[in-house]
Ligand binder design. Sequence first.
Ligand code: MV4
Length: 516
Amino acid sequence: MFKKILVANRGEIALRVIRACQELGVKTVAVYSEADASAPHVREADEAVLVGPPPSSQSYLVGERLIEVAKRVGAEAIHPGYGFLSERAWFARAVREAGLVFIGPPAEAIEAMGSKTAARQLAIAAGVPVVPGNTEGVKDADEAIAIAESYGFPVLLKAAAGGGGKGMRIVRAREELAGALESARREAKNAFGDDAVYLEKYIEGPRHVEIQVLADAHGNVLHLGERECSVQRRHQKMIEEAPSVAVSPELRARMGATAVAAARAAGYVNAGTCEFLLDRDGQYYFLEMNTRIQVEHPVTELVMGIDLVQWQIRVAAGEPLPFTQKDFTPRGWAMECRITSEDPSNGFLPSTGRIEYLHLPSGPGVRWDGGIEAGSEVGLHYDPMLAKLIVHAPTRALAIARMRRALHELTIDGIETSRGFHLRVMNDPEFQSGDISIQWLEQRLSKLTAPTADLETLRLAAIAAALVAHEERTAGRSAGVGSAGAGGAVPVGEAPRGGSALTWAAVARREGLRHS
Ligand code: MV4
């Protein structure tokens, strides 16, 4: 096992890696920008090195400097987390050439999956189902029209170098193709420096289901089931769960075997994820492979009972996986809400400021993977994701009830966050039914972000809430809001149906007493 690892990231994932290392008895070295001098990941690591000014292009993305730091402090390996340098093949290669271990897949596997057209070719060769489409960039509009007409409209133009939805255009009729091709090329060129665009049949209303894979350097490749990631907005996932209501044990086994075949074809080692579209008929199509640990990995950890980040480190150190495929059957239901510094009532505008007060949820089945604390300054230099709230329960209905309870326990003062939005999703009957697709959130957004009451009603509620809280404080006893008839008691062991489990009065009481 390594003695010391450099953590080339910040925020919650840097802390997540540090925690894994602490449990493995591995020393950690944090790196940080000037904006992060007092960040929790800096304090929790055994050592920390300043690597540059706030912009990530001058700090967390300067690979050569991070490698230099790793060598200077005597680290043997670098964990890149997600984002930043995690999927840059040149960085994985530079780390290896410096005589260090990159805790992730080989540079060649990152490269093989980095180009979407190359990944499609590799998948097809491995017998992995992909969406009907071509596997090379289209020459011109005439060729695109000919290909599109062979599958039928609608089709989707995609950037060959792409990912994350950039350079994508839905084309519903032949007249639109030439214009869409031109704008997709322009966007792809700007985003990736490569204007190659190819074409796929457009799948309407699918789910986004991904399979976690884990591979060691001894030829063992296993899958850890699926994550349902359909609840997303503009290609940003908001809520993830494991398992998926749409995946039976039989489908899980088939999709899992497909993901393992794709990983083997790429020479994959370490943790990775195969993304699929799952259509309404239960057909699935490989989209791409993410060659990193993902934000949503905790839901898999909870239902499979394994620490994925520790296993990333162990397989990077050469340990063989001691598991067989039979060891991985999901137990219960896990759900994750991404807590972001965005204002849902204002078009998800990023919110900045100081976290004045922070109260974290806890209790049975609750996990908080965060990178913030009271006093943290939230700026615009980095991703707005502050933390992840993850729950685990026996069933999906109980996981939703537990998430609702945990979201009610959470207080973040000083900035706007996605907390209230998540509460409304948990209370949404369509979300509760599980009948969702990748379009669901955007179609439902106006209902989920509409003001709940007019301003005058809110003002009166706030005054009433302050009075209730004051009354209880000065009376020096618990009035028990429930006994006054305003509380929302929930029968033990039951998932509350519809509506909110906690009324304004109960919330006021908790908040009022918490701050006193
Ligand atoms: C698709 C698709 C429908 N049909 N491909 C979006 C980003 C990239 N990972 C692939 N994406 C899609 N590819 C075909 N042939 C719909 C999407 C898509 C999507 C996929 C996963 C999660 C969210 C999405 C949101 C919009 C579109």
